[in-house]
Design a protein around this ligand. Sequence first.
Ligand code: 5AD
Ligand code: SF4
Length: 441
Amino acid sequence: MKKVYLETFGCQMNVSDSERVATSLELKGFAITSDEKAADVVLFNTCSVREKAEHKLYARVGRLRKSRTKMPVVGIMGCVAQLEGETLFKKISGVDFVIGTKAVSRVSDAIGKVLDGKQFVADLGDRELNYDWNVAASQRHSPYVAFIPIIEGCNKFCTYCIVPFSRGREVSLTASEIIRQVLRLRREGVKEIHLIGQNVNSYRPKNQSGLGAFKGATPFAKLLRAVAATGIERIKFNTSFPRDFHADIVEAINENENLCNWVHLPVQSGSDRVLKAMRRGHTIASYMKMIDNLKASKREISLTTDIIVGFPGETAEDFEETVKAVEYCEYDAAYIFKYSPRPGTPAFNMTDSVSADEKTERFSRLEAVQKNSQNKTLQRYLGQTLKVLPEKESANYSNQLSSHSTCHKVVNFEASADMLGNVVDVRISDVKANSLFGVMV
Ligand code: 5AD
Ligand code: SF4
């Protein structure tokens, strides 16, 4: 039996793709191993969202080459594979096969061809109509938490972003397929599901049957209510696209306890001028209105975001607008990135006018502003009792478990490992920089 080692970079969609690839490889008679050295096949699932992510891959294959006297079969899948295709064979020596983002079910065919002696196998073809979305319980990243893609690809073409090119146009899964998966996961003991997609709230299946019975102006809000009605314990969803973030989503959260009180809503910039150049489709005023609505909602909803600093043409004044927006929104967490030009995107042809030093400066300044704001914002959890799902033992303290709250905070607390996978109440007694600490009640 051939052993496959699979390593994943990038976002949750990649993690989810890897879970399905591992599932189908096992069904086809391969063994999935966590021991890279013992593997006959090493497969990298790659990300190209920023240049750094792509460089990681080149360095990684280089390390693999050095560590082996006899090279295993090497395959590249994911976003870099889709974008580079066969040129990867020239760019990275030792690569045997390349699998595009829609060809993930055919990894075993590619491996078979390479084992039969064929060189440089590339499959950038489409997904088959009867594609199997199931993930075997043994291949999930967690026994208690599962990812369910509800929409793939992206139609938004934000000018900095490679995703529309690496993952194609938006395709929504049918509601019946999603519900079937939720019910199966629930039966298997999964406590928390994440409905994932580049823009989940742009969810728009071709056939909306099954959603008609549910309240909501948009198909996404109806889907949230349909998923809530399955009775699964906790439902999270990300990422949300601001322009499509309608009030019916907040209403659904308010009316269904199992829809978790956390929204990830990337603002990207606080300057209307930059937002326009990014082609985000929202203004800072329309975004803040959404935030006001979220903050005024009946349930306390935690809010996180993504921000890019140093977009082409971003002036010191534009950046100050971003600082102001971060101070206004009081995010529970913000993921800040330095702009990275991606070949093929519209912004790639704009002059990358902000120097590397200035990007670093803005990055550090914004990080400090967010840290300061976050310190204050998170104090509101002190003394609150949160429902948490313990997912693993703490890496640092053997008597502690690491969990997530419904508001998606990391919460550590003292308990024995037999509590793993059981939702418990924890009273928060300490607020750390990026996590909370509490006592089980
Ligand atoms: N440069 C820097 N950050 C980027 N992101 C997407 N594309 C780029 C880029 N070219 C960030 C955005 C997005 C997150 C996943 O990555 O903030 O929301
Ligand atoms: Fe990276 Fe974006 Fe591809 Fe996810 S979709 S792997 S974040 S480039």
